[in-house]
Design a protein around this ligand. Sequence first.
Ligand SMILES: Cc1cc2nc3c(=O)[nH]c(=O)nc-3n(C[C@H](O)[C@H](O)[C@H](O)COP(=O)(O)OP(=O)(O)OC[C@H]3O[C@@H](n4cnc5c(N)ncnc54)[C@H](O)[C@@H]3O)c2cc1C
Length: 402
Amino acid sequence: MAITKPVIIAGAGPVGCVAALRLVQAGIPIILLEGAAELPRTLRASTFHPPTVDMMDELGITAELEAQGLICRYYQYRDRRTGEIAEFDLDVLREDTKHPYRLQVEQYKLTQLIWKILERDYAHLAKCLLNHMVKGVYQSADGVEVLAWEGMQERLFEGSFVLACDGSDSAIRKAMAIQFEGFTYPERFLVASTEFPLETKFDRLAYVNYVSDPDEWLVLLRTPSVWRVLIPTDPKIEDDSYFLSDRWIQDRLHHMAPHDADYPLAHRSIYRVHQRVAKIWRRGRVLLAGDSAHMNNPLGGMGANGGIHDSWNAAEKLIRIHHGEAMDPLLDLYDRQRRTICVKFVQEHTINNKKLMESKDPDVQRKRQAEFMRACSDPTLSRAFLLKTSMIQSLRDAAAIT
Ligand SMILES: Cc1cc2nc3c(=O)[nH]c(=O)nc-3n(C[C@H](O)[C@H](O)[C@H](O)COP(=O)(O)OP(=O)(O)OC[C@H]3O[C@@H](n4cnc5c(N)ncnc54)[C@H](O)[C@@H]3O)c2cc1C
């Protein structure tokens, strides 16, 4: 059946925007409903893995995004105790991807770019509405109705399918009473960013670095304008303002790299970390994707990337339905492919990654660094490691699920 009624996408984060552009490029009409009055500019994901960049390339937006970002070919695991640096070169994936590097660019640049393209080039197929907070969905045998609030006014939108890309607090997931199973870590994470050239403080710093020592671990990420430092906090202290204070942040940064003055701070925020997966990702004509379907700790940058892989998969299923394939088997396949991968790979990998990074056991730390050193110096091991961490393997595994 050709899809003539619009696919309604709730949420214009990276996941909703990618789905929207993919669908209109296939000739399918969409309505993109964003609850906020303007596209959120919060500093969240800033790493896009090679297969995600391949997808952006298919959308025709890689050049424009790369012009606003940084190409990160190498990334590192650093042990401050021994001074060892395990550096991985993503170029070993050149046969596996057209883009053997991570693209460091803030997620809001992706959403702003796609929104602009939708309004400029696809106005005949795409209705993009800000300030429309989705509240509920009604389904019938041949369509959906979505209730949204525009300020205080209720509006009803008719469509063919719904993609719930409305984030971790998903109104649609809640309205459909879908359980969000998993747990929340007791500690919060602090992200501080500084314009200070931290590369002057370290030998050969890459744009993405996982750093550990016997007492603490942290992640150091470069964006075009700042260095971002991600640090876990002490779960015994409840008060966020303690960790958000200049003193605490300066102490952590000075512990990381001594300096004779305070570091300039451009931005700071603290957030909770969850490992959760929705119990089902499809109900009738509604599909969950991105943070509305799953959340994980940000180590390894798999949240937005995994979410974009969901919306890519969901859009592909809808395009096949548009070209005449039967709806039910394809929508069920979406659930099987993406949910299975999420549980079996992303959740497992991110949970283990965190355990490994935070362990204070010297034996675990030595073994961990030794494994990284061995893997990065052997092209075969290196490729196997990078296929996993860059999420190419999980896409292949998903495609193999029938
Ligand atoms: C500090 C930090 C660093 C991170 N770094 C990375 C990284 O490097 N790489 C990575 O892959 N991931 C990273 N993540 C995770 C990543 O940010 C999320 O996984 C990603 O934003 C999920 O995208 P999304 O589109 O599903 O949801 P969101 O980005 O949350 O977007 C949801 C959108 O829906 C809108 N919305 C919400 N409710 C409604 C409603 N009822 N109706 C209409 N609109 C609604 C919101 O305003 C928002 O625009 C990081 C997260 C944090 C907190």
